[in-house]
Ligand binder design. Sequence first.
Ligand SMILES: NC(=O)c1ccc[n+]([C@@H]2O[C@H](COP(=O)([O-])OP(=O)(O)OC[C@H]3O[C@@H](n4cnc5c(N)ncnc54)[C@H](O)[C@@H]3O)[C@@H](O)[C@H]2O)c1
Length: 370
Amino acid sequence: MSRSFTIAVLPGDGIGPEVMDQALRVLDALASRDNLSFNYQHALVGGAAIDATGQALPPETVRCCEQADAILFGSVGGPKWEKLPPAEQPERAALLPLRKHFGLFANLRPGVCHPALASSSPIRPDLVEGGFDVLCVRELTGGLYFGQPKSRTTLPDGDIEVIDTMVYKKSEIARIGHVAFQAAMQRRKLVTSVDKANVLTNSVLWRETMIEVAAQYPEVTLQHLYVDNAAMQLIKAPRSFDVMVTENLFGDILSDEMAMIAGSLGMLASASLGKPRGDGLYFGLFEPSGGTAPDIAGKGIANPIAQILSAALLLRFSLGLEAQAKAIEDAVKAVIEAGLRTGDIDSGAAGTRRVNTREMGDAVIAALKA
Ligand SMILES: NC(=O)c1ccc[n+]([C@@H]2O[C@H](COP(=O)([O-])OP(=O)(O)OC[C@H]3O[C@@H](n4cnc5c(N)ncnc54)[C@H](O)[C@@H]3O)[C@@H](O)[C@H]2O)c1
């Protein structure tokens, strides 16, 4: 009998549905290869959900996710919905509540630059030669994005005052610290904690807590960087990082910087995880690092690899299918090494060939079956 899993599929907007199609084709190919059964429950989210129901995150979408083993998410937003008030914008009204509802506090973004793609990185070739592999661990449910009070007030003199509040509890810092150190134990055993402890009270507690957590992982080296320096070091010496751990806002910015120096947002997956379920697995939401890419949406040319690799992370963290996750990652690597390139990673190097979204999906499936 085949093992059966339920996956909530939320393609969203822009290139979301295009790249999601390829990820599902890859999962289907894997299912038939390994006698697995993936039951996809499709649901609306983001702008597509606003258009259909008036809400970016309809209650039936939340219910669909609650009944699933994990969520495979595309991306949300786009010019059509940009004029909505900030609280109703697709990202804020769909993604943030989803993360909060499921307590998805740990965002893991592997920033891998394949050696064969070093020429797609915008930084100096000698700095990325041989590729690099950084894991960014970002706290996802605290800090400035969620802290209260949050307000906008017109003052008596007509000036406008806005307030966002950065709040962290020690327990929240410690739990993300453990995620980072546990990941480092499986890697090169170096954690770089990023903060702004020379200015922010939040960061002072962050640093103290990371030092306490580090004491439980004597094999792992902990180093601290101020966020401004971290932004610089990522460009100057990306190979010097192993696991980077940081709070919500800093992680949002640094992980995009990391994605760009790795070659393209279209290559990088992410996993947003809640508490471990007890069997070592996590309920999670898995999505590409990039957005809806309105500039190329509808053209069939987006890179589906980030979405396909997000599906691999889903297999690993939520379904416990490590061998299948690795098979997808190896297939992607083989396709890159064979020279197939969507536009975002095509530097025109000799031995490469330009492909579209579906052709890239086809190639990954072929590599899986090989
Ligand atoms: N998690 C999410 O759903 C999420 C994340 C970021 C941005 N967004 C939303 O996406 C919209 C566009 O945002 P943006 O332009 O700042 O960022 P973006 O990531 O959508 O695009 C930035 C650049 O990267 C390129 N790109 C991204 N993914 C790609 C892929 N798979 N293949 C090829 N090229 C790719 C785009 O073409 C664009 O040139 C906005 O509405 C934003 O709010 C959503």
